[in-house]
Design a protein around this ligand. Structure first.
Ligand code: MG
Length: 512
């Protein structure tokens, strides 16, 4: 055996090589065993219903990519969003707080509108802010809807970059009264004019053209505190949105494949007006809405394929869900809540229970989960997975043990709010309604029953049969639970209603 002469420099070189090899091995092991900081991708559809995906029972919509994720990951049957409408639901996802706790809600105005002066409060530690502390790259590609004033845009609240719409794709009407004018018509009792405007809009929703809505597509970025917000296009070419969001998402993944990242992709679809690109037009068995869902499924497939091609799929957790149930007022241009009752706007199940598919090879134990989970919990779970310090006073719970090992969910209860009002409460299989109301624009009107209505969701997920008389102890127990919930939640004033005060302060001549 020949002795290899060693010198101090050679020894140092060898030591460095050993250290590098060890580091590479440790990184590989961490990645393979599902530890380390995972990439987090949140795919957030808009107004997609509980029954809209093949894996959730839709007979016609073909969603093979999402169905595959559901089969390889966890398909949750009892997953809720914190509000039955866009802005408060999104605020809750990004803060882990019920909207009444953060102030991201309205008692009279349910969502934010263009030119609101408020939005995501500066005091909130948003999901991207918490993950940035852990070295994550962060992007939002899609609809923000938490305020369009410069200081509340997503790039001021933890997202490194943003490409997308500031609010819903049906705001910025062309040739129709704007939101403030609608409020004025109502206040002045000009109800016929108001109704005529609503009817005219419905016709446009059902035969949508890009030019009906002057909604801007923005790109925003902040570097060292200097922010640049650019209008890429106005009106946004809505048929191209899903395709463009997907390209932007793929580019972001490519750029950040070597570091942990948070990709929040709130699709603008299938919120009406529904649009799809030419490649998907008239292809589905489910009409225009089916085309839109199938394009979303294509997008999800493209993203997962890219993760695999880059070899980072085992370092990534993907969640696909929706911000609220289907907007039933939009008839066949809306989706379906399947066997659940009602849709967007209500605290019936169809308004707030949504599909939720978690996928992450080596990180998510494949199974159907019928435990309780909520979008509030996504915040706490993501922080735990990233190793970030928890945020105090949140409502979200850490679901990581359910995802990893299929353990029981830490969540036993859920409070259903509409317009800042606690209307129903679920504990285990039972749900108690204090106040009943149909979806937006549809009956029944707001009703406070003499005695609360109780449903056993395990045998009656469609909320048809009141069993309060059969289970008086359950009613008492849930009422006590509601008291506890209320005692633990310090409410903030409703931020979205500030617009009313602003309107009231305007000279009368501006009101029309
Ligand atoms: Mg929505």
């Amino acid at each position: 055996m020949t002795d290899v002469p060693t010198t101090p420099s050679r020894q140092r070189w060898m030591a460095a090589m050993v250290a590098l090899t060890l580091l590479a091995f440790l990184c590989q092991s961490a990645s393979a065993s599902g530890t380390g900081k995972p990439n987090i991708i949140i795919l957030f559809a808009d107004d997609l219903g509980y029954g809209d995906l093949g894996s959730y029972g839709h007979p016609y919509n073909r969603t093979p990519n999402l169905d595959q994720l559901a089969a390889e990951g966890q398909r949750w049957t009892d997953f809720y969003v914190a509000a039955p409408v866009c802005s408060p639901s999104r605020g809750a996802l990004l803060t882990g707080k019920y909207p009444t706790r953060s102030g991201l809600y309205g008692r009279q105005i349910n969502v934010l509108f263009p030119n609101d002066s408020v939005g995501m409060p500066a005091a909130e530690r948003t999901l991207p802010e918490a993950l940035k502390e852990q070295g994550y790259a962060t992007a939002i590609i899609g609809k923000w809807h938490l305020g369009d004033a410069p200081d509340v845009l997503p790039t001021r609240h933890g997202f490194d970059e943003w490409y997308g719409l500031p609010y819903s794709n049906d705001m910025d009407w062309v040739g129709e009264p704007d939101f403030d004018a609608m409020v004025a018509l109502r206040a002045q009792g000009r109800l016929q004019e108001l109704q005529a405007s609503v009817d005219g809009r419905l016709a446009k929703y059902f035969d949508p053209k890009v030019d009906y809505w002057n909604v801007p597509l923005l790109r925003s970025r902040c570097v060292d505190g200097r922010c640049e917000d650019t209008i890429v296009e106005r009106p946004a070419q809505q048929p191209e949105l899903t395709k463009r969001y997907t390209s932007e998402a793929l580019a972001f993944i490519d750029r950040n494949r070597r570091r942990p990242f948070l990709l929040y992709l709130p699709y603008s679809m299938p919120h009406t007006p529904i649009f799809r690109s030419d490649a998907f037009a008239r292809r589905s068995l489910g009409g225009r809405y089916g085309d839109v869902i199938e394009e979303l499924d294509w997008s999800v497939g493209a993203i997962v394929e890219r993760l695999k091609a880059l070899g980072i799929d085992r370092r990534t957790l993907v969640l696909f869900t929706s911000d609220n149930g289907p907007w039933r007022y939009m008839r066949e241009h809306a989706g379906s809540a399947g066997l659940l009752r009602d849709g967007k706007g209500t605290t019936f199940e169809g308004g707030q229970r949504v599909p939720a598919i978690f996928w992450g090879p080596g990180r998510v134990k494949p199974q159907v989960v019928s435990e309780l989970g909520t979008a509030l919990d996504v915040y706490a779970t993501a922080l735990a997975l990233a190793g970030a310090a928890p945020t105090p006073d949140i409502d979200g719970l850490d679901l990581s043990a359910v995802l990893r090992d299929g353990r029981a969910s830490p969540r036993a209860t859920f409070a259903y709010y509409r317009s800042g009002e606690l209307r129903a409460f679920r504990k285990g299989r039972f749900k108690l309604h204090l106040i009943l109301e149909g979806a937006y624009g549809l009956p029944p009107g707001r009703t406070v029953p003499e005695t609360p209505v109780l449903y056993d969701l395990s045998v009656d997920p469609g909320e048809q049969f009141d069993v309060a008389a059969r289970y008086p102890d359950v009613v008492t127990d849930i009422l006590r639970e509601i008291d506890r919930h209320r005692a633990g939640l310090v409410e903030q004033p409703p931020l979205f209603d500030q617009r009313l005060a602003r309107l009231a302060a305007r000279p009368a001549s501006e009101g029309g």
